[in-house]
Design a protein around this ligand. Structure first.
Ligand code: GLA
Length: 732
């Protein structure tokens, strides 16, 4: 009891001296509030829905009775290490004299209005002894309720310092419970969710794969508070690290049951040296928060991504026919030109030539050779790419091409001539991933080479209209000849690889601003908001079986808008109907990877109609709002709805994902969302397979209120396992 009173007394004394500075960073709905203490250390005091009277934030710290033995610092806004801190740090520095301790004190902050919608708050912290400076950046997108947070660290010491840990963000969430939804996967089984309650101690999500770092665990998560969020209810934070390399998210539930969240590039094997006056900027951590469930949170993120992040995120996209599954490596000029007609026949915009078109000394006839030698294979393409581009254009389609410029097969001329450009251990056995190695992008000469691959193709063939940029191998044998020769530490490799990649992509975008580029990585092995600032879309997975895709696209859709998700109709799963495959692909950026001439008459007719339909509603899929109406994890059918901004048109996709009981699965109506309650609508079934009749009476008129309160039954069943409905406002 005596201890209790002493604690209270101490707290009261403490409160009388704390609270010099309050920094509140707000979007239209959400606030992140920090405050300094009596030692000028900066703490998080609030993260949640913003208050109507911001002056009330000053009352918060009085009610936080953290005190005594270091407990009051768990909520530090950027936790340093080596002095008072005994929790997981955000920052670890070995100073120029070898001292491993850092303190950070608040110095100043400023807010810059970048536009009506975007504000940037910068907070300067310094170490009072070593003078090293840390700037915390918070860029807030008001309407999208999205925060972009990062840190820069500047060496103000007379000698080199070493950064041992350098998080982008260190947040503190106060709540009674936390449920983490994380994702894992592998090739052909990307984005599988797991939700669990966070217990005390540390939970870590990370990757150490180097390049396609997200293959097993993408850098993205969802955190629910007050129970597991649903689409329409609950407090939820959605986050993504904009970094195409090793990352680490640390979730530490502390003794107050609150959550310390530390997010950034993985410091594993990545100690980074800074010369005097040199600065290190961390990757950017993107997050959005909602108290109305994950549906609103993901629409926030989609709007932000389309407007501010994805390359040409508010633009148009090209539909295409790809030849990967249609031919694999086995093609020649004649065969390809033969396939062009199929693209025309389907009505898509473009033909995409995949892997296998290059290399002569070691022809690229399988994935075992040729990668790195980017000249047309003379046996397959005697007249070069130019001929293909012009043949495509003769029949009125565009032409695109696959490259994998960051990689090399040991069986290649590039490897023979430039072993020093390859990430490999000089004196050890080489280990391969898909028979290949990764080029050392920390080396500026290699960056020029990789840029040159892109540039040469386009200089020779300026009409090429699309690029699929692949990345199939992880980094084994991490070692850089370049860093060694420069006297730089090997531990710079993982970070400098990604910086090198971004430098190349910057130059690609500067010189080729128009060309759409798909981000591919042996399926969906590399997707994040760092890469997507250069790419118009990404390949979700090599697995295009429609049922698997329903789940993957469902999970990807928490973070990424449909305009960025490439989805193709292929023969991966021939047991599923062409309609099911096409309907699922129509929820993304539609493409095909089939031999069109081998389609049966009705299948072909269906695809042609589906392309026309897609052209008529793609605007809604690409730019509209997504409502996930029925989760395939909860019922045997899934339902997705897209609504245009004007609430005039909506497309609803429903799919049977399990037919264990062979009955009607959507026994009841599904409540629609996002419509105008006072508007009247018709409901029409589209993408009907030739010769089938709809069960939907398109003459009935429904109010928006009815469709949202009572709902509409898509009548999904084993015989109707994929149903696409078009909801259209009735104009008088
Ligand atoms: C990766 C991609 C595929 C295809 C092959 C070509 O696996 O994911 O779509 O491009 O490479 O080798």
């Amino acid at each position: 009891m005596a201890r209790f009173f002493l604690t209270i007394l101490y707290a009261l004394v403490l409160q009388s001296v704390v609270g010099q500075k309050i920094i509140s960073i707000e979007s239209s709905k959400f606030a992140l509030v920090m405050q300094t203490d009596d030692l000028n250390r900066l703490h998080h005091i609030y993260l949640g829905e913003k208050l109507s009277h911001p002056d009330e934030y000053s009352k918060i710290s009085k009610s936080l009775l953290y005190n005594g033995n270091n407990e009051d610092v768990f909520n530090n806004a950027y936790t340093p290490s080596g002095t008072w801190n005994i929790a997981e740090p955000a920052l670890q520095i070995t100073h120029s004299d070898g001292n491993p301790s850092t303190e950070l004190e608040y110095v100043s902050h400023n807010i810059i209005r970048m536009s009506d919608n975007v504000y940037l708050t910068t907070i300067l912290l310094t170490d009072p002894v070593y003078k090293t400076e840390v700037n915390l950046f918070f860029k807030v997108y008001q309407n999208e309720n999205t925060f972009e947070q990062w840190t820069s660290i500047e060496n103000k010491e007379p000698q080199k310092i070493e950064l041992k840990k350098f998080a982008s963000a260190n947040l503190y969430l106060r709540n009674n419970d936390f449920f983490l939804t994380q994702f894992h996967g592998s090739w052909a089984e990307e984005m599988q969710p797991e939700t669990h309650s966070l217990t005390h101690g540390m939970k870590v999500l990370d990757s150490k794969l180097g390049t396609r770092a997200h293959l097993y665990a993408p850098p993205t998560f969802m955190l629910s508070m007050d129970g597991v969020s649903t689409e329409e209810t609950g407090k939820v934070l959605l986050a993504n690290l904009a970094w195409s390399g090793n990352y680490k998210f640390e979730f530490e539930k502390d003794r107050y049951d609150n959550l310390r969240l530390i997010a950034g590039a993985n410091s594993y094997g990545s100690e980074y040296q800074l010369n005097p006056q040199e600065q290190f900027e961390t990757p950017h951590f993107i997050y959005t928060y909602s108290e109305n469930g994950r549906g609103e949170a993901s629409r926030n993120m989609h709007s932000w991504a389309r407007k501010y992040r994805i390359y040409d995120g508010e633009g148009e996209r090209l539909t295409l026919l790809n030849n990967w599954e249609a031919t694999y490596f086995n093609f020649n000029e004649e065969k390809l030109v033969g396939l062009f007609g199929g693209a025309k026949d389907l009505g898509v915009d473009l033909f995409l030539l995949d892997d296998g078109w290059f290399a002569n000394k070691y022809p690229r006839n399988s994935d075992r050779s040729g990668l790195g030698d980017w000249t047309e294979n003379k046996a397959k393409l005697p007249n070069g790419l130019g001929y293909l581009v012009s043949e495509a254009s003769k029949i009125g389609i565009k032409f695109g091409i696959w490259i994998e410029p960051e990689m090399v097969n040991p069986k290649s001329e590039l490897y023979e001539n430039h072993q020093d450009w390859v990430i490999r251990q000089p004196d050890r056995k080489e280990y391969y991933y898909r028979n290949q190695l990764v080029l050392d992008l920390s080396n500026p000469e290699v960056q020029d080479y990789v840029y040159g691959i892109f540039d040469t193709i386009f200089t020779k063939n300026p009409e090429i209209a699309y690029v699929k940029w692949d990345c199939n191998a992880v980094v084994y044998n991490a070692y850089s000849d370049y860093l060694h020769n420069k006297g730089l530490p090997q531990s710079h490799l993982y970070i400098d690889y990604v910086k090198g990649l971004y430098a190349i992509l910057e130059k690609v975008r500067k010189n080729y601003p128009k060309v759409p580029i798909m981000l591919c990585s042996g399926g969906g092995g590399r997707v994040d908001y760092g890469a997507l600032q250069y790419f118009t879309e990404f390949w979700v997975s090599d697995n295009t079986a429609p049922i698997d895709r329903v789940f993957m696209q469902w999970n990807d859709s928490y973070f990424y808008p449909s305009i960025a998700m490439s989805a193709h109709v292929t023969n991966w799963d021939q047991k599923s109907s062409i309609k099911f495959r096409t309907d699922v692909a129509s929820m993304g950026k539609l493409g095909f990877d089939i031999v069109v001439d081998e389609l049966g008459e009705k299948d072909k007719l269906f695809c042609q109609e589906a392309v026309k339909n897609y052209d008529s509603f793609s605007n809604i899929i690409w730019h509209g709002d997504l409502f996930r109406l029925q989760s395939p994890y909860e019922k045997p059918f899934a339902c997705f709805q897209y609504v245009d901004k004007e609430k005039d048109r909506s497309i609803v996709f429903s799919y049977l994902v399990s037919d264990r009981f062979q009955t009607m699965y959507s026994a009841e109506p599904v409540k629609l969302q996002g419509l105008d309650p006072i508007q009247n609508y018709t409901v029409k079934e589209t993408n009907l397979y030739p010769g089938t009749r709809t069960r939907i009476d398109e003459k009935v008129i429904y109010s928006g209120e009815y469709l949202m309160k009572i709902g509409f039954n898509p009548e999904v069943s084993a015989r109707r396992n994929s149903v696409v409905l078009e909801i259209t406002a009735v104009t008088n």
